[in-house]
Design a protein around this ligand. Sequence first.
Ligand SMILES: [Zn+2]
Ligand SMILES: [Zn+2]
Length: 347
Amino acid sequence: MSTMKCIVKAKPEPGGLEFQERPIPKAGPGQVVIKQKAVSICGTDLHIYNWDAWSQNRVSLPCILGHEFAGHVSDVGPNVNHVKEGDYVSGEGHLVCGVCQQCRTGMGHVCESWKGLGYDIDGAFCEYLLFPASGVVHNDPDVDPAMAAIQDPLGNAVHTVFAQDCVAKKVAVFGLGPVGALSVAVLRAIGADTIFAVGRRNQYRIDLAKACGAHHVIAGAEIDPVAYIMDHTDGKGVDVCLEISGNPKAFQNALDVVKDAGHISVIGTSNDKYEVDFAKDVVFKAVNIHGITGRMIWDTWYKMKGLFASGNLDVSKVITHRMPYADYEKGFEIMQSGNCGKVVLDL
Ligand SMILES: [Zn+2]
Ligand SMILES: [Zn+2]
């Protein structure tokens, strides 16, 4: 067999996916080929599926989608010494240059010239992925391929949680999509004192946050999260807020419930401007606001390895749907509905 099936965004319209045949790649210098075992659908893939304004600006078609994956190395190119055939691997979906100032100072997540797998270049929704060996991460053989595949959003959660000390702290998580649910699971694993999980109205995702270990879940459309959190913290508020929703109102809620000298890590994004009373809510409160993007390279990946090995982290509940690779259309429809955590396609 010399061709493989790929999930391709072929047409510049909502939907517009095709299951196309492409030649199986061969590893060149510094590259490997990975025979995929599991891939998962990201919110980013859904943006491209829906062909929103961001995708129209960023993505040239046709493009193989996907950047969340796990598989086994099937071909190793010249000048690759740390990866061998048969290795069980995943990889960082932000392909970084490795030589810019940020990359050389441990800040590769804001590399000057990074490229996104599955939107800047052809992605991981294929049977054999051509990938730079420098971006490969080895998985522990005990980690299920579905768990290994979701290390991209899990890494977002780990990066967001570890941006400040959350151990034995009261923490509010705003936004209960997959990264929110995974953040709750990570907070639980590392011993946060009390976890408040704040959604809007999606009961499926509120229940998921509860299943992941949130002590309190709040449907923000029905209950005022600020009043609820202040009531349940003796009027003191929380040490840490994680803003994952990208809703400006949630960011204001975070400012309202965070203690003086507390931390807010923000990974949620919005097209709207945020109106903030900076003097009152940030300066005089001495609040630390931390922008989060991607995963720390490679610190976040080592932390995930440690969390998996500890046995304390349970992300199995976040993988709510698993189906054969060829059923990808159904997977995208489930993602579209919002009644899901992570959707994994098995190869
Ligand atoms: Zn992703
Ligand atoms: Zn760089």
